[in-house]
Design a protein. Sequence first.
Length: 435
Amino acid sequence: MLSALISAFKVPDIRKRILFVFAGFAVFIFTVHVTVPGINRELWEHLLSRGNLGGFLGMFTGGALNKFSICAMGITPYINASIIMQLLTIVVPQLEKMAKEEGEAGRKKISQITRYLTIGLAFLQSTTMTLGLAKFRTEEGQYIFKAFANSISQGLYYAMVIVSLTAGTAFLMWLGEQMSDKGIGNGVSLIIFIGIVLRLPHNVVDTFKIISAGELSMVRLIMFIIVTLGLITSIILITQGQRRVPVQYAKRVVGRKLMGGQSTYIPIRVNNAGVISIIFAISILYFPMTILGFFHEKSASPIINWVINLFHPSSVFYNLLYFGLVVFFTYFYAAVTFNIMDISDNMKKYGGFIPGIRPGPKTAQYLEKILSRLTFVSAIFLGLIAVLPTYILALTKISWQLGSTSLLIVVGVALEFMQQIEARLVMRHYQGFMK
């Protein structure tokens, strides 16, 4: 692996792309520390820690939410906009035609619509967040917004907060697109990746504090390490696993040449969705948890308290909803990324067939059956990964906020990043990572 990294840095184009990704990481880290002015930081951090909101949403923001920086909402409005557009592309015929028949120009139009939708969602979310926090008041009479309320009008200050948060999300969207175009891998996934990595030292320090205070036994710590290593191993196996469907191409005479007669295979990954399904599910849960986090736990309304308890990460409803969303998006994204009809038609067009399977509809049915079985395995696995942190906490008593979900994202994005580098190395006749 070290030799492959050295080879990657020998190629100017790959070296430039890798350095661009790391430059993007540096810019993101800088924006995390650019805070919105006039915030009562102590009260804000107390509010987050009280409701488990900071640990859950901090996964996407790298601590930006805890600092109330301009990027406090993270990249989730862009992810939600992408989900909406992908669903609309299937439902709305005009968008489906734009995506399939207009080629690159159509995809650019859809990307532009996604950007506008992102700004709209970010504005809506930042407005709800700001107005919700504006009404929050402690028993001592303290407010979240304090510094500029006396120097400028209240409405103008709230507008500044809303614009700052919306602009922060827009900037992260732009940064992610730049990292995708000029770097290596998916820019949005990389931003989430570095956000999780930034939180790891904080979690490690908290764990050592628990150990030094004598609140954690060595048996539970060893148990936690074993579970973590087992998770990493299983994540790698599921991420890298694939079913190779053999394909035979018939011999054809083209002009005076004999073409075809080759044997190859179609690689169908066990986890076609990658980390996207979990990212999508968390993004869907982000909005109600953001709103609910601003309500006081001792609210006078029993309905609000009931809803808050319903969406608590340890509740049965929350875990079932989370599991269901992950399973749904795993199937949805597998269907989007692996177009069975296109593969079947192309095989038939170029004289390819699966041994023992008739070309055409029979081939499509056969591939659909294989994809369905593999997706079922990955959907159940990803769903269990999503809800596992609750049970790890009960078993080991270690409050590892980033949990198995973050572990999946970190390992999955790292593997994808390495595979992208390997593909570029192989194109230039270098030996890759994945030997």
